[in-house]
Design a protein around this ligand. Sequence first.
Ligand code: OEZ
Length: 121
Amino acid sequence: LDKQEQKEQTPLQEALNQLIRQLQRKDPSAFFSFPVNDLIAPGYTLVIKRPMDFSSMKERVKTEWYQSLVELKTDFRVMCENAMMYNKPETIYHKAAKKLLHSGMKILSPERLQSLKQSIE
Ligand SMILES: COc1ccc(C(=O)NC2CCC2)cc1-c1cc(C(C)=O)n2cccnc12
């Protein structure tokens, strides 16, 4: 789309994309960049009822699915918890998810979201 047709980002969309960028920096192996599929993780779609990944979060920002900052936090937590459920504790994916959840909860802390919210209003 040329500049004219590109839709302007709302302040909420900008804030959400900024948060996703900060969160993705904590996933250097890009294990969470795209949906997990049954080829790389056998039986995944049978076990995990609510798949989530960063590309799906970005799609939700673009389509204005998210109506608030805290909804991103819910999806982020689901994404990490999925990985900690499907993958056994000794795997690189379980460990990466645990670490990502911990650092992500700081980025998405109530104080951080509150101050971001005020800057949007
Ligand atoms: C988008 O998902 C992925 C993308 C790339 C990789 C990957 O680079 N794996 C290589 C590191 C050892 C093989 C792994 C994954 C991956 C994420 C996950 C998650 C998040 O559960 N996963 C689980 C079992 C097997 N592979 C994965």
